[in-house]
Design a protein around this ligand. Structure first.
Ligand SMILES: Cc1cc2nc3c(=O)[nH]c(=O)nc-3n(C[C@H](O)[C@H](O)[C@H](O)COP(=O)(O)OP(=O)(O)OC[C@H]3O[C@@H](n4cnc5c(N)ncnc54)[C@H](O)[C@@H]3O)c2cc1C
Length: 524
């Protein structure tokens, strides 16, 4: 075990795993401490979006993900009578160039992420080591480690306690985060809390209910029935008033629930069933000194939009490049506050959406449910109704130009035609300056080139042979140049002139190095 690292990560769930890989690939000495001796065994998330897939693309793990994932093409809401209240068609790829919705089993995803992190010589993973305390000394963090797992694992008698240091410590330690507690940040809790019984099953015939991803808005028992990845089906039932965890975690109860979907022991094997309480909350500060938060340690939300894990993966993508530039001395420490303000703004949108969906789904009063059905059925029947998918959220204030498209997600297309690689595979990700119908090198003076070289920024010229995704984006936003951050969000845009492109790069340089400007943005 190293006694000192650049970054210590507390917790080795999917967010800690992803962050460890992102930072380890940048060359940092990363030490991860996880109290469990092995990976989390329980299936939780079953859905990730195209943006999470784009982060996994950066890790180079898609060949390994392919056999354990499947796209969800349709997502349907029905009322108790089986009428369609809402139908989402996800057959087109999302803006990040990957399927808009991918279904999987979380333990299988974690195994792939685990292999990717451990394959890096820069990353040390210490499972079975609990972080019992952290002290931020101003110039580094001291972590107090205790051998053994806090959830019932045995503690070794010898070598049971250690202390290590790191320049920064990042809490990816989930809902009951010790890092969050040490930071003494307030927590904003929306007071939304519902208990749901989750059952994962393995159909004997893998084609059973294949392609069915359904929300049954039945006031007598709100129910979710979706893929749990290839070869698995997930059911979720809301607990009704008066029902207890003990009653519903009983297998007989689960089989009775499954029978309502026409499924019995002849059709599926029950993998496990557990009650989860879904909450909606976030930490007010995600950075205090050298301590930071990401994933469930920073926020929790009900799973109705399938965004809990996806939000944590976004945190990892954003935090990795912020901390990279700070450690390389290319950005001030205030950059780390921008991480909080950017991600929190985005996250609040995900939580609001999850809660709003939950309020509609969790209705148990039959009169209220009829009123809901009437509204949704009339919208479903109206061909002129706005699309059911809400617009993608933008980042909160931080390291971008402020006005959209700055702060919005930049799309990813193919490098050229259908069969060519995805664009970011051609340069491995990182900062990128895209110019439509122009050569970016011709637009940059020596100062601008020097700045972008220091950031390992790729210069990408888009022409008439480039993927139409890019042409459509530039046309929609009335610009010709886009400076895109390593987390795929737009820093800013410009016209294809030397003056405008130079000013854009100068604004990035100022944002990274001028603390006053950072603080002014963060408090805006
Ligand atoms: C039923 C259910 C369905 C869900 N569905 C979806 C979905 O479809 N899509 C989606 O995006 N999200 C979904 N989620 C949410 C998703 O599962 C979580 O957001 C995700 O697991 C969070 O990952 P994490 O790495 O932040 O935290 P965790 O996975 O909780 O990992 C935290 C780790 O930190 C360790 N740890 C804690 N304290 C310490 C300590 N002091 N020292 C060392 N280690 C410590 C823990 O042992 C744990 O391994 C769902 C959740 C549930 C419960």
């Amino acid at each position: 075990m190293r006694s000192n690292s650049d970054i210590a990560i507390v917790g080795y769930g999917p967010v800690g795993q992803t962050l460890a890989s992102l930072l380890g690939r940048l060359g940092y000495a990363v030490s991860v401490f996880e109290r469990r001796p092995s990976l989390h065994p329980r299936p939780r998330a079953v859905h990730y979006d195209d943006e999470a897939a784009r982060v996994f693309q950066r890790l180079g793990i898609h060949a390994e993900l392919e056999p354990i994932t499947e796209p969800a093409i349709r997502y349907e809401w029905q009322n108790a009578a089986g009428e369609t209240l809402l139908l989402l068609d996800r057959s087109a790829p999302g803006p990040s160039g990957w399927p808009a919705a991918t279904m999987f089993s979380q333990p299988e995803l974690e195994r792939v992420l685990d292999r990717a992190a451990k394959a890096l010589p820069t990353v040390e993973v210490h499972q079975g080591w609990e972080v019992a305390g952290l002290v931020d000394g101003g110039d580094g963090v001291r972590l107090e480690l205790r051998r053994g797992s806090a959830d019932g694992g045995r503690r070794a008698a010898a070598d049971a306690e250690r202390e290590v240091t790191a320049a920064y410590a990042i809490g990816c330690d989930g809902a009951s985060s010790v890092v969050r507690e040490t930071m003494a940040t307030g927590v904003e809790d929306l007071g939304f809390a519902f208990d749901w019984l989750i059952a994962d099953t393995i159909p004997h015939d893998p084609s059973l209910l294949a392609g069915v991803n359904l929300q049954r808005c039945d006031p007598q028992r709100p129910t979710t029935m979706v893929s749990g990845g290839p070869g698995r089906r997930r059911w979720e039932w809301m607990l009704l008033p008066g029902e207890t965890r003990e009653q519903v975690e009983d297998e007989e109860f689960v089989w009775r629930m499954l029978a309502r979907s026409g499924v019995g022991p002849d059709d599926v094997a029950l993998e496990r069933c557990t009650v989860y309480t879904f909450r909606a909350l976030w930490a007010e500060r995600w950075r205090v000194g050298r301590l930071l938060l990401a994933g469930d340690a920073a926020h929790q939300m009900p799973p109705f939009a399938g965004q809990g894990l996806c939000s944590g993966i976004r945190d990892a993508a954003t935090l990795a490049w912020h901390i990279d530039l700070v450690l390389r001395g290319q950005a001030t420490e205030a950059t780390l506050d921008a991480y909080t303000s950017e991600r929190r703004g985005h996250l609040q949108h995900a939580i609001a959406m999850s809660v709003e969906l939950g309020k509609v789904i969790c209705i148990t009063d039959s009169a209220e449910a009829s009123a809901r059905d009437e509204v949704l059925l009339s919208v479903a029947a109206d061909p002129g109704a706005p699309p059911a998918e809400p617009p993608a959220p933008e980042l909160g204030p931080g390291l971008h130009d402020g006005e959209p498209p700055a702060g919005s997600l930049f799309p990813q297309g193919r490098a050229r035609d259908e069969g060519s690689p995805l664009m970011e595979d051609t340069f491995g990700g990182g900062f990128a300056l895209y110019a439509q119908e122009a050569n970016p090198t011709d637009l940059l003076d020596e100062d601008a080139r020097e700045t972008l070289r220091g950031l390992d920024c790729a210069l990408i010229s888009l022409d008439e042979d480039s993927d139409a995704v890019y042409r459509a984006w530039f046309a929609a936003h009335g610009c010709e140049v886009a400076l895109v951050r390593p987390d795929f969000y737009v820093f800013g845009t410009a016209d294809a002139t030397t003056a405008a492109a130079g000013a854009l790069v100068a604004r990035l340089r100022a944002a990274l190095t001028n603390q006053d400007r950072d603080e002014e943005r963060v408090t805006r």
